[in-house]
Design a protein. Structure first.
Length: 558
């Protein structure tokens, strides 16, 4: 357990720090269940089990937020990812995760200068006509500085923090090991899919560490919205963009939260709400590539009711197949088709079992609640929260890409309603759903799918004789192998291994006792308390072995 939890000596200090913070925030039971307490005892480190008074009066979801904040930037970003998993956590937990802000004390520019010069190829004073050494904003991964090119173009220079990659990688290693242990040791934790969440988070964070990747995302979104003059995406200056630095156009607009300046500028709330919603819906339902964090901090209002979207570090992907599954779900909900809705939800949850009676009953109740209501009377956020609650109660979960989509929809609906209280997300989405349905069942698309299915069937039939021959040859040589993956066998094997270890130590202890008893009859040169020193040594080893077996059995039962 120690090797699995800690992995390597280089991560021991960080693991001890994480455990200490968890205990102070009231999660000592989690530390015990993960086996970290015993691991640190073996490593000669003690944990302070004192529960911090400042978090004693807080609720569990509030203590979780405090713990993530104290654990540092990597865990703050993990909390931001958890805020997208509306299918796994109840609303009060999501609200706490959403309060996590990605901010950090800025790095002095002199600490960035050497790295920046290496990435730019020359001193910043040679590249820019003006460079402000005071940061415009500072986050956990990078900080931004305002500058002006020699052609008078205002830009933002985003610089990655020196050494942040090593810190992030160490935290990700620990997260992955702890997720493995949690999945294996605690059956209750499996419904939260810790390994899937950590994998999603690690993939997202490693992409965010590459500042050039953010610019590639921005360029792709700009291309997909090329025919929309109302949405502005910052221009990228590729000649000075690489993994550790990027240079983008500076957006001089009204911040998304400054509604007072919005009113003074005479902008139209309804127009901006509709334009922003249409842009996001097109990205999600038509392009399948979308800005996954459209909160007010990433939005600026521009003259002529235009909108600028910045920060493309978090991007969502939705495959063509997944978009069709969303359409099937919507069709099932409209037609009150319980079986279709059930099949889609089970498919998303990767559960191959037949739907339970409770799940079918919950789906029927959900569909009855919203069936036949006019679109104007359907509260989309409430409907989506009801659906997520139904999934949680039945221990179902959404794939990471869909969880992100629903989170974007909730964020979009809440933001648009701030601008226009009469905003109706379902009504705005109808044209895009209709367009997707028309495309889905158009003659060309049906022909393409039929051709792909036919080609796949032909490939299967033509390859069948060859596969069958290989199967027969393997059977004749006795080399036929059947791989059966039963997860419970792994746990059973580990328990069997521990039992065999105890049995072995017990047999060795018995052998020491018998051998020592024989030695008592032998008188040696060196005696202690009237017994041979070999006999004393044998009894000591036997006692230690017996004590180890007893402790091992006691700990195994507890």
């Amino acid at each position: 357990m120690f090797l699995e939890a800690i992995g390597a000596a280089r991560d021991l200090g960080r693991a001890h720090e994480i455990s200490t913070i968890l205990i102070r925030c009231g999660f000592g039971d989690v530390v015990r269940r993960l086996g970290l307490a015993g691991a640190f005892e073996k490593a000669g480190r003690k944990l302070n089990w004192k529960y911090a008074e400042e978090t004693a009066s807080l609720l569990p979801h509030q203590r979780a937020r405090h713990a993530l904040e104290k654990l540092g930037p990597t865990f703050v970003k993990l909390g931001q990812i958890l805020a997208t998993r509306v299918d796994l956590f109840p609303p009060e937990w999501i609200a706490e995760f959403e309060m996590l802000q990605d901010s950090a004390p800025p790095v002095e520019f002199e600490g960035l200068r050497a790295q920046l010069e290496e990435d730019l190829g020359e001193a910043p004073e040679e590249v820019f006509a003006v460079f402000d050494t005071e940061p415009l904003a500072a986050a956990s991964i990078a900080q931004a500085h305002r500058a002006r090119l020699k052609d008078s173009t205002e830009v933002v220079v985003k610089i990655r923090r020196p050494g942040i990659k090593k810190v992030v990688e160490a935290d990700l290693r620990l997260m992955d090991r702890l997720a493995q242990i949690a999945t294996r040791e605690n059956p209750d934790a499996q419904r939260f899919r810790p390994r899937e969440v950590v994998h999603q988070f690690a993939h997202s964070l490693r992409r965010e560490l590459d500042l050039a990747h953010e610019c590639r995302n921005a360029a792709r979104v700009a291309e997909s919205l090329g025919d929309n003059d109302h949405i502005v995406v910052p221009r990228v200056f590729w000649q000075w963009t690489c993994e550790r630095v990027n240079v983008q156009e500076y957006i001089d607009g009204i911040p998304g939260r400054n509604f007072a300046a919005f009113e003074q500028a005479g902008l139209d709330r309804r127009i901006i709400a509709n334009r922003g919603a249409n842009a996001i819906l097109k990205m999600v339902l038509v392009e399948g590539f979308f800005h996954a964090d459209p909160h007010p901090g990433n939005i600026f209002y521009l003259p002529e009711n235009r909108i600028a979207l910045i920060d493309y570090g978090m991007i969502g992907h939705l495959s063509e197949e997944r978009r069709y599954q969303v359409i099937e779900l919507l069709q099932g909900m409209v037609e009150k088709d319980t079986s279709t809705v059930c099949e889609v939800l089970l498919d998303w949850s990767h559960k191959m079992t037949t739907p339970s009676a409770s799940l079918i009953a919950d789906i029927c109740a959900f569909l009855d609640q919203y069936h036949g209501l006019p679109l104007g009377q359907v509260d989309f956020p409430v409907m989506l929260k009801d659906m997520m609650g139904m999934l949680r109660e039945n221990e179902l979960a959404l794939p990471a890409d869909l969880a992100l989509v629903f989170k974007v929809f909730l964020t979009l609906d809440g933001f648009a309603r701030q601008l226009n209280p009469d905003f109706d997300l379902i009504a705005e989405a109808r044209p895009f759903v209709r367009q997707a349905l028309i495309l889905r069942y158009s003659p060309n698309e049906i022909a393409k799918r039929g051709w792909r299915s036919m080609a796949g069937m032909v490939d299967l039939l033509t390859g069948l004789p060859k596969d069958f021959r290989q199967l027969l040859r393997a059977a004749r040589r006795g080399a036929l192998r059947v791989h059966i993956d039963i997860r419970e066998l792994e746990t059973f094997g580990e328990r069997l291994d521990r039992s065999v270890s105890r049995l072995t130590i017990g047999m060795i202890t018995a052998a020491f006792i018998i051998g020592t008893s024989i030695m008592l009859s032998v008188t040696g040169d060196t005696e202690y308390l009237g017994m041979s020193m070999l006999a004393v040594l044998g009894f000591t080893l036997a006692a230690l072995g017996g004590l180890w077996v007893l402790i091992s059995i006691w700990r195994g039962r507890h």
